[in-house]
Design a protein around this ligand. Structure first.
Ligand code: NDP
Length: 282
């Protein structure tokens, strides 16, 4: 028997807590918390993500402003806008929705956001602090996974954790968070030899690959905790994860579904990070 980790429910509970934190902040400091969301171009997926982020802000009582710039905006012009937002005391957090248009150097744009307003946790300073085990703003998705594990009273310490994927936004910070929580961590990627053997060692298996149903039942140890970060479309265009859920679930002690697993936690953690950024600034 497996337990389904209900990300929607955990996220809803967390949003209530965050709302209470935002209310307490307002009372204590007599000011609102502000988040600036910047996008350039009209990527339809980005538009949906941004809309959901603005909606979540409304839900928890964070003031949000959405700055949409045209696809043809120049690097200089975009950087000028970001610098103005950084200097604006009304914003505790600044989020640049990726991807930016192809002609824009996103790394240079992101570098303009100081660590204390970097609510995505992507800045070198925040990543460095995470590695050093210092308090920092942590990337939303992996931090959301840790909150899910906590919520399920899963003690990570001493467990063998295998993270498949090594991106800067998911795999690497995920591995670091698990390591900081005293798991014994292996990070796998496209060049890993014997991926199946590595995965079979996992007490906790985190899939962040971006390939539909890639993790199959023969790669999962009996009783493993399986966290599926992936968001893909299957052969019928239906949303699915990196894990072959239907065939894997019976082998697990805990498993996250897609949709309704890690996804709802990501935006919730953005709200969490924005509150944290506001509190850290005071
Ligand atoms: P990236 O494409 O940046 O990284 C994918 C990683 O998977 C890479 O490290 C890559 O290895 C590895 N990989 C690819 N193919 C294989 C393979 N055959 N065997 C082993 N490893 C492999 O993706 P992201 O980290 O940005 O995202 C991963 C997934 O998570 C995507 O489906 C994305 O949509 C989803 N996602 C979901 C979020 C949510 O809120 N639920 C938020 C963010 C992402 P290598 O480095 O060697 O190329």
């Amino acid at each position: 028997m497996y337990t389904l980790i209900d990300g929607k429910n955990i996220a809803a509970q967390m949003r209530l807590q965050i709302k209470r934190g935002v209310d307490a902040y307002r009372q204590k400091y007599n000011r609102e918390i502000g988040l600036a969301v910047v996008m350039a171009g009209d990527n339809p997926a980005s538009q949906v993500y941004v809309r959901n982020k603005i909606k979540a802000c409304e839900e928890v009582g964070i003031n949000s402003a959405n700055y949409c710039y045209p696809e043809i905006i120049s690097q200089t012009e975009l950087e000028k806008h970001i610098k103005n937002l950084v200097a604006d005391d009304g914003y505790d957090g600044i989020l640049v929705q990726l991807p930016l248009p192809a002609h824009i150097n996103a790394t240079e744009v992101l570098k303009l956001i100081p660590a204390e307003k970097d609510v995505d946790g992507f800045s070198a300073e925040n990543i460095g602090k995470l590695c050093a085990g210092e308090e920092s703003i942590v990337a939303c998705t992996p931090n959301g996974v840790m909150k899910m594990l906590e919520h399920c009273n899963i003690n990570v310490a001493g467990k063998r954790a295998v993270v498949v994927g090594r991106s800067n936004i998911v795999g690497k910070p995920m591995a670091m968070l698990l390591l900081n929580a005293s798991a014994t961590v292996t990070v796998c990627h496209s060049k890993t030899e014997n991926l199946r053997e590595e995965c079979l060692n996992a007490d906790i298996l985190v899939a962040a690959i971006g390939k539909a149903k890639f993790i199959t039942a023969d790669m999962v140890k009996k009783g493993a905790i399986v966290i599926d970060v992936g968001m893909n479309r299957d052969e019928n265009g239906k949303l699915c994860g990196d894990v072959d859920f239907e065939n894997v679930k019976e082998k697990c002690s805990f498993i996250t579904p897609v949709p309704g697993g890690v996804g709802p936690m990501t935006i919730t953690m953005l709200m969490y990070n924005t509150l944290q950024a506001a509190v850290l600034r005071r």
